[in-house]
Design a binder for this molecule. Structure first.
Ligand code: CMX
Ligand code: CO
Length: 150
């Protein structure tokens, strides 16, 4: 069952400058940052609020590290902005299988590694009314937030 907005993924050209914008404008701090080689991004997670399922909601600021990454391809067409939304679930395997059975394309056969050792998969935007949609199961225990962790 999908029980929260886990994060909103925001593509940016300059991660450091974008982090500084969110800090200076709203007071949001970096909870965690890392490079995800497989996804082709440098990213910063800004924790916005806890949620009543015991998880949390974040902004995920992402800067592509490779020209051939999905985010770089998207930015070449769209520039900066909201790239995807992510729903949190305790069971990404079960929920993605159930959604696949409804005829929505799930992009990965098995969930892959996401931010903070979460497990993630994506639903094709063309099957979701134009929204690239990610499903996330957070690591257990919940991330503690080490901004220097990679
Ligand atoms: N939101 C909405 N629509 C999107 C989209 C997005 N983020 N990305 C692509 N599309 C649309 C394109 O506009 C295009 O539509 P048209 O045919 O109408 O022009 C269509 O989908 C196909 O797009 P494409 O540019 O040809 O790109 P690909 O098919 O090569 O890849 C996708 C699209 C979704 C399969 C690819 O982006 C992908 O695998 N995404 C999942 C991984 C990812 O995005 N990782 C980065 C985030 C990591 C994280 O969150 O941790
Ligand atoms: Co994401």
């Amino acid at each position: 069952m999908l029980t929260r907005i886990d994060h909103i993924g925001i593509a940016c050209f300059d991660l450091d400058a974008t982090v500084e914008f969110y800090r200076a404008t709203y007071g949001f701090e970096v909870f965690h940052s890392e490079v995800n080689e497989e996804q082709g991004v440098r990213e910063a997670m800004l924790r916005i609020n806890g949620t009543d399922d015991g998880g949390a909601s974040y902004l995920q600021l992402i800067e592509p590290i490779r020209e051939d990454s999905p985010v770089a391809k998207w930015m070449a067409k769209n520039g900066e902005g909201v790239h995807h939304i992510a729903f949190g679930t305790a069971d990404v395997d079960g929920d993605s299988e159930a959604i696949r059975d409804k005829g929505v394309r799930v992009l990965y056969e098995k969930p892959r590694r996401g931010s903070m050792d979460s497990r993630i998969t994506f639903l094709h935007p063309k099957d979701c009314h134009g929204v690239l949609t990610e499903l996330v199961t957070a690591a257990t225990p919940e991330p503690s937030g080490d901004p220097e962790a990679h």
